[in-house]
Design a protein around this ligand. Sequence first.
Ligand code: G3D
Ligand code: MG
Length: 264
Amino acid sequence: MPDNYFLKKKVCLLGDGAVGKTSLIRKFVYDQFSDDYIITIGTKVSWKELNLSGLRGSYKIKLMIWDIIGQREFEKLQHEFFRGAHGALIVCDLTRYETFENLRYWIRRLKAVSGEVPFIFLGNKCDLDTQEISKRDLETISADYETEFMFTSAKTGENVERAFTLLGRNILADHLREHTRTHTTASILDRIVVDFCNTNGGVELAMPLFKQEFEKCGANFANPSTGDLENLSEALAALTANLLDDAHADLMRKRYKVWISEVQ
Ligand code: G3D
Ligand code: MG
């Protein structure tokens, strides 16, 4: 892939009324949205570019971020809203348990129109004291859908940038996967790099660790063998078990096994 490979991707923010969707977008795009960019009554689109670096170059992704304006009008316009979405942030309000119970409803709506796309759960308003939704609740639902969650605050800004960036990385990983018809060991290695960095806190933190493990495996960077990838995959999963937990490590092992089996 060339440097600055440019992608434009549609992202939806989903969740009950007043969970903080609009506030999260405001925080992330620093209010740089234009009020006349209203596609239909009931939705609003803002955008922001992300620069994501991988081992072989960087990717510029323009996230087109779709927000529900009127929760009521939205009922009629759902199809338009979800159509062509590449990913979603599904938000609950940590101070209201029913917004957690409705997360599954939002996923069903999303899947019905957009199919299988990456999404992440956000427990928003983590700055407030009265919390009705626990870390365990979010862990459980995330495990059910084999995805991740974050605690955010649109008020303090905590994890807001990280949440959008993580989603952007997952969308990029998905894109690379779909658009690489012939899977070579090198293209699978690319995918593994992006995914490993995603899982372990982003490029700045995780890339040095990745390089260390890669060197330990003594693999050929330009043309690794499937055996190299298998060894690397095990080493990265073991590292992830130490850095995060066994659940993340097991999911990682499973993912990489499937990917490596796709090598042609
Ligand atoms: P929505 O777009 O999901 O409907 P909004 O939700 O972004 O409009 O937010 C609903 C209310 O929650 C707003 O309060 C907003 O300021 C508040 N809010 C959003 N995110 C947070 C957060 O992280 N922490 C706190 N403490 N409040 C938040 P108002 O009073 O303006 O209606
Ligand atoms: Mg709103």
